[in-house]
Write a new protein. Sequence first.
Length: 175
Amino acid sequence: MDGFMNSIGNLMIPIEEETEYIPLLSEEEEEDLKKMNIPDVLPILPLRNTVLFPGVVIPITVGRDKSLRLVQEVYRKSKILGAVAQKDSSIEDPDFEDMYKVGTVAQILKILEMPDGTTSVIIQGRKRFQMDDLLTNKPYHAAKITSLEDSDVEPDGEARAVAAALKELAIKIIR
């Protein structure tokens, strides 16, 4: 490797001159995503002030009874749910209109019971989807969905310049 390694905590990140981004998924995981069988109906977890993207792993605190029941049942079964951002985080029990229509299929990696009594869930975004129709909201939300395919886009000159500037800034921050 012609680049160098930077340490963030215990994580070593290889940085190469020709690398334009740090991949969120390995090539093997990307292939698994393409083969992943997404059901037509998913349990829907509304997220407050959070947007989940494919490949990203995030912890979320689950506070609503509906959401807690959803993650517990899904974790015992398929571990797959639909994560959708709420339009207004102050709404306690969002309806179909209160959520954005595009979300991310997520896999529950772990459920953690915290010392203060709250529940945190570690989820990983897998693939984008569009909610077509909310089927039920009891005992939790479930929707008919259409899986969305990502398209490979060749970056133009401006996109390459922005990526290079972001890479340079990230390296400065890491140092």
